[in-house]
Design a binder for this molecule. Structure first.
Ligand SMILES: NC(=O)c1ccc[n+]([C@@H]2O[C@H](COP(=O)([O-])OP(=O)(O)OC[C@H]3O[C@@H](n4cnc5c(N)ncnc54)[C@H](O)[C@@H]3O)[C@@H](O)[C@H]2O)c1
Length: 422
């Protein structure tokens, strides 16, 4: 495509790394409605820590704006806005529709709009394209075209980066599919896979995360069974894992705004065509119940050690939805904290990765800056941040009172070093 001028709409975990890669080669506009986010990027810092300060400077052709006037110069629009669910666990397409309205206002003949946000099959052509047509007055696949290329990055993962993950691409016509594919291939060193249609690409992304969710749900169910049987789940998984085709999933909380959310996009679409998913929703229910389960296990273990639960002090180590990143979105550690508070205990949360104001704002949790030694009746190792694995059992136990319970949710410590594991 000649004179390619790219706009990335939504500069979050997905949009920024992509904008940086395109911005090394193409004139690229990073567009976001969050002016505070734009200000930090203009000052050369990414608070999500996905792109370091030096990498930001390498994107020499990348500029930032929230102005429609700046968008007008672009001819490829890549949409990376959030796709959350509402309180009824139904897809909330508001950001996607609003971003499409924004693009519709500046769309011209020959432009291409590529969606990257995770959606259900059909969302691009059935929900977004009508908005683009209505606002622009242009005709789809005649005046303007679309693509869909899902993102596979993983917050905090420094090994699988945007350029090193093979990228699925698609387009609304065979020619546009080629154009979209070539555009991504020019920045993705791992290469691309051109799907046969936009719907196929949309479905492929949503099932990647659904498959993970269901698999973790199965392992969580196995953990509940083995706990009742008094068998260590990790030991069982290690033994079973010696078979070549046993999949290496671990039990745990399923948080974040991808794996615990995306399956609802698929189940919503399935229900809209009269199919009521069973396995997918069963996995979701199980995974969502793990916080309450962990809290009840901990309280039982405390009672067994004759620790008075009401008024006890419990330290929860790690609040993010996964290790070694500051991402607090949809973290299920909060379910453990809430559940424990219902038992009348005092919970201290410690997480060296997070922004304390964000924890306060999102969850009304005021994290402590450092735990004091010898203070706690129970300690929950909830996230395997490097800092916690580095501490080891002795240092972690030193935070507990003479009699305490140490619950290792993440198998950070050797089996014998904790009192309780998931
Ligand atoms: N985070 C991940 O690891 C990941 C991985 C793969 C796919 N995804 C998918 O990618 C999409 C984006 O996720 P994210 O994690 O980057 O979200 P995010 O919340 O980190 O960032 C989204 C950005 O979009 C901006 N935004 C919202 N509405 C806008 C609008 N109308 N116009 C312009 N900007 C707008 C927000 O201000 C924010 O900066 C979602 O669909 C998500 O499911 C995320």
């Amino acid at each position: 495509m000649q004179n390619t001028h790219i706009a990335i709409i939504g500069l979050g975990y997905v949009g920024l790394p992509l904008a940086v890669e395109f911005g090394k080669q193409y004139p690229t506009l990073g567009f976001d409605i969050n002016t505070a986010r734009l200000a930090e990027l203009q000052q050369g810092h990414d608070s999500t820590l996905e792109v370091d300060d030096y990498e930001l400077t390498e994107a020499r052709h990348l500029t930032y704006s929230s102005s429609l006037d700046d968008l007008k110069a672009c001819n490829v629009f890549i949409v990376t806005v959030p796709t959350p669910i509402n309180e009824h666990k139904q897809p909330d397409l508001t950001p996607l529709i609003k971003a499409s309205e924004t693009i519709g206002k500046v769309l011209k003949q020959g432009d291409i709009v590529i969606y990257e946000s995770t959606v259900y099959p059909g969302a691009t052509e059935e929900d977004c394209v009508p908005v683009l047509e209505r606002v622009s007055g242009l005709t789809f696949n005649q005046d303007f075209f679309c693509g869909y290329s899902p993102e596979r990055i993983n917050p905090g993962d420094k090994e699988h980066r945007v350029t090193t993950i093979l990228k699925v691409t698609s387009g609304s016509t065979p020619e546009i599919a080629d154009t979209v594919d070539q555009l991504y291939r020019s920045v993705i060193t791992a290469g691309t896979y051109k799907a046969s249609s936009i719907k196929v690409a949309e479905a492929a992304k949503v099932i990647e995360n659904t498959q993970r969710d269901v698999n973790i749900g199965l392992i969580n169910e196995l953990a509940l069974i083995f706990n009742k049987l008094g068998i260590d789940t990790e030991e069982v998984l290690k033994a079973a894992g010696t078979k070549w085709n046993f999949l290496p999933f671990r039990p745990g909380l399923v948080g974040g705004h991808c794996i615990g959310v995306d399956p609802y996009y698929l189940t919503h679409k399935a229900q809209s065509v009269g199919y009521h998913p069973e396995i997918i929703l069963a996995g979701r229910r199980l995974n969502d119940g793990m916080g309450a389960y962990v809290a009840s296990q901990l309280v039982k273990a405390m009672l067994k050690k004759r620790i008075h639960v009401e008024g006890a002090r419990i330290l929860v180590m790690g609040l993010t939805f996964k290790e070694n990143c500051p991402d607090l979105r949809n973290t299920k550690v909060v379910n453990i904290v809430d559940e424990l508070k219902d038992y009348g205990v005092q919970v201290d949360c410690y997480d060296p990765w997070i922004n304390p104001e964000e924890a306060e704002h999102e969850y009304s949790i005021s994290p402590i800056s450092a735990p004091a030694a010898g203070e706690y009746d129970a300690i929950v190792l909830a996230v395997s941040h490097k800092q916690f694995t580095d501490m080891g059992a002795k240092q972690i136990r030193a935070l507990g009172k003479g009699t305490h319970v140490l619950y290792d949710l993440k198998y950070i410590l050797p089996a014998e070093a904790s009192d309780l594991r998931l």
